[in-house]
Design a protein around this ligand. Structure first.
Ligand code: PMP
Length: 354
């Protein structure tokens, strides 16, 4: 029996995606060849890339709105740099909500004036700042929709006239929003989409072409758009598995269907954190992430008993990030509610024993 996998990423993917992906490694599309040994320019793989990019646009509800989807390499971390290279002329505004926003700010700094509109660093990023102002002359405004490490998420995005860029690495395809509010969305695949190695970039084409600097080809969105994500050899396996996961999500009923399940999972764990006197939540209640629930023991004396108990219950990946400590239950799209229930059972068992 499979373990209950609360890993923050790479993380759980749907069981039938693992199965189909493993079959494609042996014999892809009945070609009597592995997916890993055919040309990325073969008809069979070009179809995979086309389907993966069009499913991404369709699931986000962005068809016919001037967006292109790309599968690139270098992780979300390279997007910290590419965004600035392609969009930052003079000034950019960033909301600092955690480790990943801070890294995005660091990478963009050499390209122009960086305005940090607000930061929650003063409270170890346990909340989302609100009520800040975005300079109207900024080239763009950058946010991180879900803060994987601290377990916070932005529930409501500001109205602004400047282009909005969003790192959605840890909550893309998990909750409904008006994605057309954003001009550029990026996400490493390794949470809700597929294996590490591919990064989804969804970009409104008309925001490009406004910087004067020479952009190296591999960092130039325009080139990747013109070459349909095939400027160089794409990460074929990661794109294929992403396509399978997006097909799984579409069959399930899309983002609105998975959102309901994610809400149930989040309610189950947060209700227990709030009810059980042995635990306390880390993130501000109104900013709690539905993907990553962060929590601590009120008294660390229970830590070794709790750690033994959840490991015995075949739970994996529950340790918090070193900058928060405690525990982090990551409940991405593919996690069944039964796994969250298994964790809640252990928390209740600890209460009975303590
Ligand atoms: N942004 C967020 C919100 C993340 O969670 C992560 C990785 N966990 C990154 C960026 C960095 O992604 P990558 O490792 O793909 O560069």
């Amino acid at each position: 029996m499979k373990k209950h996998n609360f890993s923050a990423g790479p993380c759980i993917l749907p069981e039938n995606v693992f199965k189909k992906a493993s079959e494609a490694i042996i014999n892809f599309n009945d070609l009597d060849l592995s997916l890993l040994e055919i040309s990325h320019r073969s008809k069979d793989f070009v179809e995979v890339m086309d389907r993966a990019t069009s499913l991404a646009i369709e699931l986000l509800g962005l068809q016919g709105k001037g967006y292109k989807a790309l599968f690139l390499q270098g992780g979300a971390s390279l997007q910290f740099l590419m965004v600035a290279y392609n969009l930052l002329n003079k000034k950019a505004a960033y909301l600092n909500t955690g480790t990943w926003s801070s890294k995005a700010i660091k990478e963009a700094k050499p390209f122009g004036e960086l305005i940090e509109v607000a930061s929650s660093k003063d409270a170890n990023f346990n909340y989302i700042p609100k009520g800040y102002e975005i300079p109207s002359d900024a080239d763009y405004f950058h946010t991180t929709s879900n803060n994987t490490i601290f377990g916070t998420s932005i529930k409501s995005f500001p109205e602004t006239a400047v282009p909005m860029v969003c790192d959605m690495s840890s909550d893309i395809f998990s909750r409904q929003m008006d994605f057309s509010k954003f001009d550029l969305i990026y996400a490493g695949a390794q949470k809700n989409m597929g294996p590490a190695g591919a990064t989804l970039v969804v970009i409104k084409e008309d925001i490009l072409g406004n910087v004067e600097r020479q952009i190296p080809s591999m960092l130039d969105y325009k080139i990747h758009i013109d070459k349909e994500s095939m400027f160089n050899t794409p990460p074929v396996f990661a794109v294929y598995v992403s396509m399978l996961t997006l097909e799984w999500l579409k069959d399930l009923g899309g983002i609105s269907a998975i959102e309901k399940i994610n809400e149930q999972k989040a309610a189950l764990i947060y209700d227990e954190i709030d009810r059980n006197p042995l635990f306390k939540g880390f993130a501000a209640v109104e900013d709690r992430s539905f993907m990553n629930a962060t929590f601590n023991l009120v008294d660390d004396a229970h830590a070794s008993t709790f750690d033994t108990m959840w490991k015995e219950a075949r739970i994996n990946g529950l340790n918090g990030h070193r900058s928060v400590g405690g525990y982090r239950a990551s409940m991405y799209n593919a996690m069944p509610i039964a796994s969250v229930q298994a964790l809640v059972d252990v928390m209740q068992e600890l209460e009975r024993k303590a």
